[in-house]
Write a protein that binds this ligand. Structure first.
Ligand SMILES: NC(=O)c1ccc[n+]([C@@H]2O[C@H](COP(=O)([O-])OP(=O)(O)OC[C@H]3O[C@@H](n4cnc5c(N)ncnc54)[C@H](OP(=O)(O)O)[C@@H]3O)[C@@H](O)[C@H]2O)c1
Length: 241
């Protein structure tokens, strides 16, 4: 049996592509999700990948969920922190609730998921953690003060933890996708997409979820053992750090 990989938000969008690519690469994959049971059921029927429901915003739920995955599949070697949400509003209209929900899921979720797997990875002297941040955590985005803050925080978390994990054989890296053609992005008005968004992307198209998934498979591999604390920008040339 292959190494175990756990993907948060792994049943839809970019996460689903990551789950499938890791399975194809030989991992035993567990896909976590928050609440969309129909999508999770359809995903399992299509792929044979088991899904597990809990919120990454809830530390105790993460501990319990990780324990269940490890009892059923074995110790987690690869953790992909992909689950994320948006609650967009211009700052003068942003509520404390908008702020809290995004920080709890997109930033604290990384603590909640990584902390319970960390000791086991240290003990086994092996681990791969890949955090899905965003171009908007690198450059900021109007209407997304909450999201940009959380995603920038993910990059700081990655760099700090990479230093702690290095001697224990654990790598920690981040990927910053640009606009990727998931349901969320394809739901944007076609005129806005074609006239305002795509012209800002030098390669002239949206990214595909599979293009992010291939970055994850590489960072998760044993071949990537010398890469840690890094941020891969996968944005079609839209923003250079
Ligand atoms: N799409 C883009 O263009 C883009 C660009 C840059 C960065 N990103 C980042 O890439 C990641 C995936 O984005 P996406 O577009 O694929 O999103 P998506 O299609 O909306 O899927 C989000 C996934 O995350 C899960 N999720 C949400 N909140 C959760 C929670 N509290 N606990 C556990 N799971 C939770 C959802 O579960 P349910 O199915 O149960 O709702 C779903 O599986 C996010 O971190 C996002 O910020 C996306």
């Amino acid at each position: 049996m292959g190494k175990v990989a756990l993907v948060t938000g792994g049943s839809r969008g970019i996460g689903a592509a990551i789950s499938k690519a890791l399975k194809e690469a030989g991992y035993e994959v567990a896909a976590n999700y928050a609440g969309n049971d129909d999508a999770a059921r359809a995903f399992t029927e299509e792929t044979g990948i088991k899904t597990y429901k809990w919120s990454v915003a809830d530390y105790e739920a993460c501990e319990a969920g990780i324990k269940q995955v490890e009892e059923e599949l074995g110790p987690i070697a690869v953790l992909v922190n992909n689950a994320g949400i948006t609650r967009d509003a211009m700052f003068h209209k942003m509520t404390p609730q908008h702020w809290k929900e995004v920080i709890d899921t997109n930033l604290t979720g990384l603590f909640n998921m990584t902390h319970p797997v960390w000791t086991g990875m240290r003990d086994r002297k092996y681990g791969r953690i890949v955090n899905i941040s965003s171009i908007n955590g690198q450059k900021g985005q109007a209407g997304q003060a909450n999201y940009s803050a959380a995603k920038a925080g993910d990059i700081g978390f990655t760099k700090a933890l990479a230093q702690e994990g290095a001697r224990a054989g654990i790598t920690v890296n981040a990927i910053c996708p640009g606009y990727i053609g998931t349901e969320m992005v394809r739901a944007i008005d076609e005129k806005v997409l074609n006239e305002r968004i795509i012209p800002q992307i030098p390669v002239g198209r949206l990214g595909e979820p599979e293009e992010i998934a291939r970055c994850v498979v590489f960072l998760a591999s044993e071949d990537a053992g010398f890469i840690t604390g890094s941020t891969i920008s996968a944005n079609g040339g839209q923003f250079f750090v």
